[in-house]
Design a protein around this ligand. Structure first.
Ligand SMILES: [Zn+2]
Length: 278
């Protein structure tokens, strides 16, 4: 059996559910046919998904992919790993980002800048280069009045102070939230939404689980970050949007609600944040 058929056997979704962070082009690196599998998601109730960018040079290809499904939206941005590129190359890519955002915002598919941020787990180009790349893209988001999708790993103090200092016109998403409630509360105070991924289902994730239980109903989101961070129950497989139901089950149990209700709520939250009308 192919990987596509194998993962499809374990699809677990609810009607109206959303996956607020996925990387469709990377599904293919795990031998999963993204188009067949996304169709399976739609057939099983997935209402929307956000395909998140990490590099400007894949934007056109990704745009042609998301254009094939009404349920798909897209972001554009340079992930923190790009901070290790030479300065002139980065400058060129930032110019490219600005051009792509200017051309595609307001046309229906491109709705946010990301993923952008800071990562002290991996050094990449070093703290200074990471901060410069992050700041430049916060400026672009602000200039075009778009929400941001934030990646932050072992870097909350700097991420928080840069977001607070940026005085963004729109809020955004703290993606794959992996800290505890104290940090969640600070990001919430800045107006951010908190998105939980498959790692909330893992053992030793108590601080993340505590945050998932406490984030206000109107500000919670859920994502796969596929093909990474597969939920515990199906962890031997690569991740895809069809597995997001397992993460909703976990979060709903922590909050004492039903996954069906959480699904409706998250989809509504995402629409509110992104200014989408149904
Ligand atoms: Zn991601």
């Amino acid at each position: 059996m192919s990987m596509t058929e194998e993962v499809a056997q374990h699809v677990h979704l609810y009607r109206g559910i959303a996956d607020t962070h996925t990387h469709l082009i990377l599904w293919q690196t795990k031998e999963m046919d993204w188009k067949a599998l996304f169709q399976t998601c739609v057939d099983n109730g997935l209402e929307l998904a956000l395909d998140v960018g990490t590099n400007t040079d894949t934007f056109e290809e990704r745009l042609s992919m998301v254009s094939q499904f009404d349920q798909l939206y897209i972001t554009d941005g340079l992930s923190v790993s790009k901070s290790e590129l030479p300065a002139d190359d980065l400058k060129r890519r930032l110019g490219e980002l600005e051009k792509q955002v200017a051309e595609h915002r307001g046309k229906g598919k491109l709705i946010a800048v990301g993923e952008i941020g800071l990562d002290n787990h991996f050094e990449y180009g070093g703290v200074q280069a990471q901060k410069e790349l992050f700041a430049a893209q916060l400026d672009i988001a602000k200039q075009f009045d778009l929400p941001v999708v934030i990646h932050t790993r072992e870097a909350d103090p700097d991420t928080y102070s840069m977001l607070a200092g940026a005085k963004l016109g729109r809020a955004g998403i703290i993606h794959c939230f992996s800290s505890g409630w104290e940090w969640a509360r600070k990001y919430l105070d800045l107006g951010f939404y908190i998105s939980f991924s498959g790692n909330v289902t893992y053992k030793k994730s108590e601080p993340i689980q505590e945050a998932a239980a406490k984030v206000p109903t109107g500000r919670i989101l859920a994502e796969t970050d596929a093909p990474f961070l597969t939920p515990q129950k199906v962890r031997k497989y690569p991740n895809w949007s069809g597995f997001i139901g397992y993460t909703y089950d976990c979060i709903a149990a922590l909050r004492g609600t039903l996954p069906e209700e959480l699904a409706v709520q998250v989809t509504q939250n995402f629409r509110t944040l992104m200014g989408l009308t149904k």
